[in-house]
Design a protein around this ligand. Structure first.
Ligand code: AMP
Length: 443
């Protein structure tokens, strides 16, 4: 295995190295160290990795570099199939930054919308876009109409394959694959290696290399608990936990959005709880003062979004409350990891409303632990039922009924690659976004 201290040893084109530098990536993340050489060698690969590990770069960087070295040819060169519109857009944005100094063009194709959106997508697919990032149902509609040129396709990437299977996309994926050349490089990413994932891998991948980068599990010293609770009673539950546990002297409350952070902070402060929040509307100096007060033990309750889950290094936090279930397991582990540092004991409590149940059951799958569900204090309304298997089946049914319809349509291509892509080119000042420097901190 390569000992990559930086990105120079992978054999990337200069234009890719320029983009990596502009994005502020100093060294490859662990998954990138493992995956990039395999992708550059042309191997099929199955990788077990979660969002937040740099997995998108692990396939996009070598894929783009390889496309740049290919002789010019018409049609799509790479197809990335993803479960949701949000992920399609997110990957397209990363691709735009990574392909900034090249002529590689891309488009995101996803479900829903009206006829004009479909026509726009059709135009993108027929005017020579290099990389397509798509949700399965909508892509299949286009493929079935016969105008998508996949004869020169070299890469198929299935991202978040486990989620696609959960959503009932298996048949669509197999059908999509039938439209593609038999000889190509297939890459599959999944947060778990469940038996149905292995089965799909067998159908599509050829003699794949396998890499696994499982997330760190929460430390053993942390007691994890959860409450199934109605959304409108979460504040009352939070107050009840704080009031009834004097031993919790340093508490961090995580919420998923700035608006919720402000709401919790307003509700606690109006009842005179020693609570303050940190969010992006506050000046840096104010945020630092609040953090310092918290560190010194002058402030008991700190409220924020995941932004504080990654950076804060405060000793003796004895309670972490997830007011919302985090989006993915990596965020959960980060949040929960703020307590019980350095072998101390700590408690992490998650509030789950009815719409957050499936997300929490996915987290339990990933951390391979069933978190204790606590009874609500007296006087609370009954919380939602929690039966992970039923939730999974329900989600699958919903998606099978609706496919990926009901979401907004994708846009057209950003650069339709008029001149084809130039190798090792430095097209500074091209249209499109500059490579963003705002990389998320690594896990
Ligand atoms: P992902 O797991 O692909 O969703 O990536 C998570 C975040 O990490 C994204 O914001 C990337 O821009 C960023 N990222 C990916 N690779 C690196 C790297 N080698 N160094 C720093 N940030 C990175």
């Amino acid at each position: 295995m390569l000992e990559n201290e930086d990105f120079n040893g992978f054999g990337f084109t200069d234009s890719m190295l320029d983009a990596i530098e502009s994005m502020g990536f100093k060294k490859p993340s662990p998954i990138q160290v493992q995956a990039i050489p395999l992708v550059m060698q042309g191997k099929d690969m199955i990788a077990c990795a979660q969002t937040g590990t740099g997995k998108t770069g692990a396939f996009l960087l070598p894929m783009l570099s390889t496309i740049l070295e290919m002789p010019e040819s018409p049609g799509i060169k790479a197809l990335v199939v993803v479960p949701t519109r949000e992920l399609a857009l997110q990957i397209d944005q990363q691709l735009e930054a990574m392909a900034y100094f090249t002529n590689i063009s891309s488009t995101a194709i996803y479900g829903g919308g009206d006829g004009s959106g479909f026509d726009q997508q059709k135009k993108a697919l027929t005017t020579g876009v290099d990389v397509v990032i798509a949700t399965p149902g909508k892509l299949l509609s286009h493929l079935n109409l016969g105008y998508v040129d996949t004869t020169n396709l070299k890469f198929l990437v299935l991202d978040e394959a486990d989620r696609m299977l959960d959503m009932g996309f298996i048949d669509d994926i197999v059908r999509i694959n039938k439209f593609l050349p038999a000889v190509k490089q297939n890459l599959m990413f999944s947060a778990t290696m469940a038996p149905n994932i292995r089965k799909l891998a067998k159908t599509i991948l050829k003699d794949p290399a396998e890499i696994s980068l499982s997330i760190a599990k929460p430390a053993a010293g942390i007691t994890q608990q959860a409450y199934l609770v109605q959304e409108e009673e979460k504040i009352a539950l939070l107050r009840s936990i704080i009031d009834n546990n004097a031993a919790f002297t340093r508490i961090v409350v995580f919420a998923s959005t700035k608006a919720v952070v402000k709401y919790i902070s307003f509700r606690l402060q109006s009842e005179k709880y020693p609570a303050k929040s940190i969010h992006s509307d506050k000046e840096q100096a104010e945020r630092e003062t609040i953090l310092a007060e918290f560190k010194q033990g002058k402030l008991k309750i700190l409220i924020g979004t995941d932004v504080i889950s990654r950076g804060i290094d405060v000793e003796n936090i004895n309670l972490v409350v997830n007011y919302n279930v985090p989006d993915d397991a990596a965020d959960y582990v980060h949040r929960v990891g703020r307590t019980a540092r350095a072998e101390t004991k700590g408690m992490a409590i998650t509030f789950i409303n009815d719409r957050e149940r499936r997300r929490f059951s996915r987290i339990e799958e990933l951390i391979e632990k069933t978190v204790d569900k606590m009874p609500l204090p007296e006087g609370f309304k009954a919380g939602p039922e929690y039966t992970p298997e039923a939730l999974k089946a329900e989600q699958k049914m919903k998606h099978e009924k609706g496919g990926d319809k009901g979401k907004r349509h994708g846009g057209g291509p950003k650069r339709t690659g008029e001149g084809g892509h130039k190798k090792k080119s430095h097209h500074k000042g091209k249209s499109g976004h500059k490579p963003g420097g705002a990389a998320k901190p690594q896990t």
